[in-house]
Design a binder for this molecule. Structure first.
Ligand code: FE
Length: 269
């Protein structure tokens, strides 16, 4: 299988390109509006035909490029059914399969960060794409978009952790330059969801985070309901409206540790 892990530096979002070597059929997981040209160029250079753009969930921190890909390359827009996106071409339910060439991704609903989160599992390659349900040594926040900490705990512990320990897990974001983890690593080292933590610990922690309202949510979520096509506002300008962000994060990191600083920033959105 052809595999590329890409990053949007602005939002620390990972986009994944998967393709079949023989048929040249490809899928993209979690595209970013601002990276449309980058990804379209890569598809062209590798001589790939984009079949599907998959979302792990309805994002609140960035706008998808899925609508632009559908318009230009005739790919299909794919989301979890629970996202409730009317213009999706495919609304995934538990166990639905997305095929490209000889390869298969199976949709596992893993709600809790949002109600519509999907983990895409590629068994034959020993890989899974967890979106924001499980981040490397962390997880997405659970306080908006019908998020629920107890639900997320069950999604991670009963579903994602049911995969073999050596399964490679690719997250929706990473804010420290990391790219991949494994089920076994997260069972041992995830400070929130590792095997030493109880559901009560986790729910209590998540409910005490008292996170700032995500700055981009009021633009990103409605835009993503339209697969990004209605989007015209420059998200970058919104980031610029947070002049104290950098220095404040540095100070939070010093006083409370990096994990809290990430939470303060509203990361894992
Ligand atoms: Fe998210």
């Amino acid at each position: 299988m052809i595999f590329r892990q890409l990053i949007d530096p602005e939002t620390s979002t990972h986009t994944y390109l998967l393709a079949d070597r023989n048929s040249r059929e490809a899928v993209l997981i979690d595209t970013v509006h601002e990276q449309f040209d980058r990804d379209r160029t890569l598809l062209r250079e590798l001589d790939l035909t984009l079949r599907y753009t998959l979302e792990t969930h309805l994002h609140a921190d960035h706008v998808t490029a899925s609508g632009r890909f559908r318009k230009e390359l005739e790919s299909k827009v794919v989301l979890g059914a629970a996202c409730g996106v009317a213009n999706a071409d495919i609304a995934l339910r538990d166990g639905d399969r997305i095929c490209f060439g000889a390869h298969v991704l199976v949709a596992w609903p893993t709600p809790g960060h949002t109600c519509g989160c999907i983990t895409y599992v590629c068994r034959e390659e020993g890989m899974a794409f967890t979106g924001d349900a499980l981040l490397i040594r962390g997880c997405g926040r659970t306080d908006f978009q019908e998020g629920n900490a107890a639900t997320l705990f069950e999604s991670v512990r009963k579903k994602i952790f049911s995969l073999p320990d050596e399964t490679l897990l690719y997250p929706g974001h990473d804010y420290r330059g990391r790219t991949v983890t494994t089920v076994g690593e997260e069972k041992r080292f995830n400070p929130r969801l590792g095997l030493g933590k109880s559901e009560a610990d986790f729910v209590s922690l998540m409910n005490q985070l008292d996170l700032a309202y995500p700055k981009k949510i009021d633009i990103a979520v409605p835009a993503n309901r339209e697969s990004g096509l209605a989007f015209s506002t420059d998200l970058g300008s919104i980031v610029q409206e947070r002049p104290d962000a950098a220095s404040s994060v540095a100070s939070v990191m010093e006083t409370q540790g990096r994990q809290d600083a990430e939470v303060w920033m509203g990361m894992g959105i």
